[in-house]
Ligand binder design. Structure first.
Ligand code: KG4
Ligand code: ZN
Length: 376
């Protein structure tokens, strides 16, 4: 059920597009309005994100049923706020982009169905968005950076290295074969009794720690394929902690620092491999080769510093979107919608939510590649 083409608003490369984005794939309810001008420059007109963390905290993780109900409770209001903050009316929109996967299917259905209803009522085109693609294209909005580039996606549900060759063309070079990096931070925080979400807590605890007191493994180091593995590292922290219980504050700080250092070293080793693959496959564009980092773990200062060092040594550019746009948000969804609309790509109103939706459909299935119910 698509709106009749003759009454749909005109769109195309010659004019500015205004898109409402909706994000409900996990535990953030978000809506944003973004414009894309005829030169391909993006502007965030509004960006509203409401975390549901309070509703899940008592359970120590995201509960899918609670997440879906919480999206239902506040999505209308969040969309209204995003429209008001942007100062736009329904008539100003050129389309609506909603995350359709991968993620928790109950939440995805809430956002996608809301988008479909508005499209039907306002005669607007729908663009169903892959959440991972939205992360991958965010630098087009924040830095005006267009593909090709290498993407390191490090979040609570995914750890992947993706060669972004063009909008719509993604080649997965590597993925985690067990835990995602954010998940490893969260589990380590739980083990050290630092609370949830664990990444920021581990980073804070590590500030006073000595990373050299404990020797932890660098999983997958040296392997030819740039895959990741963090389960063994997490177990090594547990083993080291078990040997010295009860843990003093100093023990916790040293373990947190050792974990953070080992995790970053493992990431650097894998990214280095992926950079060599990309550099071997294509000549650098005029602006040089570029590494883009997205996902919540990109907030980690130790990892950021290590990535700055690596790219600096190799003469690569490093693009790190602002933290608020590395974590889940709807501006990236609206922007990806605009990038699709300008290419004439829309989705039928029959488009179904997808719990699993890998960016590279040809890559062998692996846990970190768009797994069922994973937070992206
Ligand atoms: O991208 P994100 O906000 O949500 C999704 O997973 O989609 O990422 C959340 C993950 C969590 O695992 C959290 O612990 C981790 O990012 N994280 C961090 C830091 N801030 C957030 N990990 C390490 N250091 C941080 N400063
Ligand atoms: Zn995400």
């Amino acid at each position: 059920m698509q709106p009749p083409a003759d009454t749909a608003p005109p769109r195309g490369p010659g004019r500015t597009l205004t898109v409402l984005g909706i994000e409900t794939s996990c535990d953030e309810t978000a809506a944003a309005v973004v414009t894309r001008d005829h030169d391909g420059r993006g502007q965030i007109r509004s960006n509203v994100v409401r975390s549901q963390w309070d509703a899940h905290e008592a359970f120590g993780g995201v509960v899918p049923e609670i997440a879906a109900r919480a999206h239902v409770a506040c999505l209308d209001e969040i969309i209204r706020t995003a429209m008001r903050d942007a100062g736009v009316t329904w008539g100003d929109l050129d389309g609506i982009a909603a995350t359709a996967g991968p993620g928790l299917v109950g939440g995805l259905i809430v956002g996608l169905t809301t988008a479909k209803a508005i499209c039907l009522a306002r005669n607007l085109p729908l663009v169903a968005i892959n959440h991972l693609e939205a992360h991958a294209l965010t630098v087009g909005l924040t830095d005006g950076l267009q593909p090709p580039y290498l993407l390191l996606l490090v979040s609570g549900g995914h750890t992947q290295l993706i060669d972004v060759r063009n909008v719509g063309h993604y080649v997965r070079l590597g993925t985690t074969i067990d835990d995602a990096l954010g998940e490893a931070f969260d589990k380590t925080a739980k083990l050290l009794d630092l609370g949830f979400p664990g990444g920021p807590a581990v980073e804070a605890a590590a500030i006073d720690g000595d990373p050299r007191r404990f020797t932890l493994p660098r999983p997958m180091a040296g392997r030819a394929e740039p895959n990741f593995s963090f389960a063994g590292l997490k177990t090594a922290v547990r083993t080291a902690a078990t040997e010295i219980v009860p843990l003093s504050q100093k023990d916790v700080a040293d373990l947190a620092a050792a974990f953070q250092e080992a995790a970053a070293a493992a990431v650097i080793d894998r990214v280095q491999k992926a950079m060599a693959i990309v550099a071997g496959e294509r000549a650098a564009p005029d602006r040089g080769h570029c590494l883009v980092v997205a996902g919540g773990v990109a907030a980690n200062r130790h990892l950021r510093g290590a990535l700055e060092g690596l790219t600096g040594r190799r003469g690569w550019r490093l693009a790190l979107p602002p933290i608020a746009l590395c974590t889940d948000n709807a501006a990236m969804v609206a922007w990806t919608g605009a990038e699709k609309l300008v290419r004439g790509e829309t989705s039928p109103l029959t488009f179904a939510a997808r719990a699993r939706w890998p960016l590279d459909a040809t890559a062998a299935p692996a846990l970190g590649a768009g797994r069922l119910g994973a937070k992206a």
